[in-house]
Design a protein around this ligand. Structure first.
Ligand SMILES: NC(=O)c1ccc[n+]([C@@H]2O[C@H](COP(=O)([O-])OP(=O)(O)OC[C@H]3O[C@@H](n4cnc5c(N)ncnc54)[C@H](O)[C@@H]3O)[C@@H](O)[C@H]2O)c1
Length: 133
């Protein structure tokens, strides 16, 4: 329980690496704010975690990590629920397409930049001031 009472946000938490990290952190006693835009998978993930770790404190936020307003919402929720933020796993991401640069679909490229670059930036932009406080 080395992370007892630590408040940690995970984006893209409904499946894959995000959910695996949530299980590891819940097992170490962390309070979790789980973020994903897939509402059903996020609900399923919360149920799975609560069953496996009955004492874990978990709040979920349905939101898109690439949208600034949604990032503000998950940061506010973590602060309102747990009073602090100790960690951010800025995990939400998409693979895009494998294609030569000159043939790449520009709209897909923009989406990759939005999620994988801007999403990560927004996360740090709004979490760091809370951590500094
Ligand atoms: N799995 C790998 O081998 C691997 C390798 C290198 C990098 N990565 C990166 O690690 C991260 C997680 O990978 P994974 O394999 O677990 O992916 P995954 O596709 O299994 O899960 C990603 C989760 O993020 C959510 N998500 C995607 N975009 C989102 C957004 N804009 N806002 C909120 N939620 C969003 C999805 O709904 C999903 O629940 C990704 O950023 C991926 O690019 C994965």
């Amino acid at each position: 329980m080395s992370l007892k009472n630590k408040s940690i946000i995970i984006t893209g938490a409904a499946m894959g690496l995000g959910l695996a990290a949530a299980k590891e952190l819940a097992g170490q006693g962390a309070n979790l704010t789980l973020v994903d835009f897939n509402e059903k998978s996020l609900t399923d993930a919360q149920k799975e975690l609560s069953k496996e770790f009955p004492s874990a404190k978990i709040v979920t936020v349905v939101g898109d990590a690439s949208k600034e307003e949604d990032v503000k919402k998950y940061v506010d929720t973590a602060v309102k629920t747990f009073g602090r933020i100790d960690g951010l796993y800025n995990n939400a991401g998409i693979e895009g397409r494998q294609a030569p640069m000159t043939e790449y679909d520009i709209n897909i490229f923009k989406k990759v930049i939005d999620v994988n670059l801007m999403g990560v930036y927004y996360g740090m932009r709004y979490v760091i001031p809370v951590m500094q406080k």
